[in-house]
Design a protein around this ligand. Structure first.
Ligand code: ADP
Ligand code: MG
Length: 255
């Protein structure tokens, strides 16, 4: 059976979506069958994988409201081995529409159960808050990968996230594990990035991925072309680092 990884951190702008897109694409490039699920109403993972978010009949929103089946919500991306359940701004209303619905924490999980055996990895991009969509992602996942931006306030909010993860584990998904932490937007020219990495290593008792994602203009540009970094600029440092991260993720024997 494959692994379902939620990429979560309630802070915005830390590299969740960039990691969801490029980790998915690099896992797919190495021959793994991958499904990426966009649970952020901003739909940046959807557009970053070359799918027009305004031209969609079914998205994760219709799926969660039981207006389509999971198979109907699947989109084949133009990249080999890589499927997507897309999202767009409609999803912003889901939280309210799900009020009063029974077992609403399990909606995504119950849907993904139908198709998870078709994939080696399911990568779920979470919105920048600890809301019902994030809870659905954490309930569906086997593990949580936490991107940490190499900046001064890196650790802020992390204890709240870890607390949320432990509550979900206690009450909704007893097998949930922490996949680990991945540092993003590392700037080798500053001492600050290095200090942040050292500080997190000294203060967090979780797996820390050896691969550190550098700050790179190419990584920031790629989504506007609807391409993951390995297709946009295959030789760039950004592409090389997400390939290394994918290899580390694949090689984990403990999960
Ligand atoms: P989140 O999903 O956590 O909100 P994003 O992945 O959308 O974060 O990243 C926030 C912004 O930073 C985006 O504009 C993105 O293109 C940019 N970005 C993310 N990772 C990098 C990186 N390694 N180098 C340069 N820019 C990055
Ligand atoms: Mg995002």
């Amino acid at each position: 059976m494959g692994r379902i990884i939620a990429i979560a951190n309630q802070k915005g702008g830390v590299g969740k979506t960039t990691t969801a897109i490029n980790l998915s694409a690099c896992l797919a490039e190495s021959g793994k069958k991958v499904l990426t699920i966009d649970t952020d109403p901003q739909g940046n993972t959807t557009s970053g994988l070359g799918v027009d978010k305004d031209e969609l009949k079914n998205t994760v929103y219709e799926l969660m409201l039981d207006e389509c089946t999971i198979k109907e919500s699947l989109v084949k991306t133009e990249f080999e081995n890589l499927d997507l359940i897309p999202s767009n701004v409609n999803l912003a209303g889901a939280e309210i529409e799900l009020l009063g619905i029974n077992e609403k924490e399990y909606i995504l999980k119950n849907a993904v159960d139908y198709i998870k055996d078709d994939y080696d990895f399911v990568i779920i991009d979470c919105p920048p808050s600890l809301n019902m969509l994030t809870v659905n992602a954490l309930t569906t996942a086997n593990t949580v990968l936490v991107p940490i931006q190499c900046e001064y306030y890196a650790l802020e909010g992390l204890s709240q996230l870890l607390h949320t993860i432990s509550l979900v584990k206690e009450r909704l998904n007893e097998n949930l594990q922490i996949e680990g932490v991945v540092f993003t937007m590392y700037d080798a020219r500053t001492n600050l990035s290095l200090q942040v990495v050292e500080n997190v290593k000294n203060n967090l008792d979780t797996t820390i991925y050896k691969t550190i994602i550098p700050r790179s203009v190419r990584l920031a540009e790629a989504p506007s072309h609807g391409l993951p970094i390995n297709k946009y600029d295959s030789r760039s440092t950004g592409a090389e680092s997400y390939r290394m991260l994918a290899k580390e993720v694949i090689d984990r024997k403990d999960l």
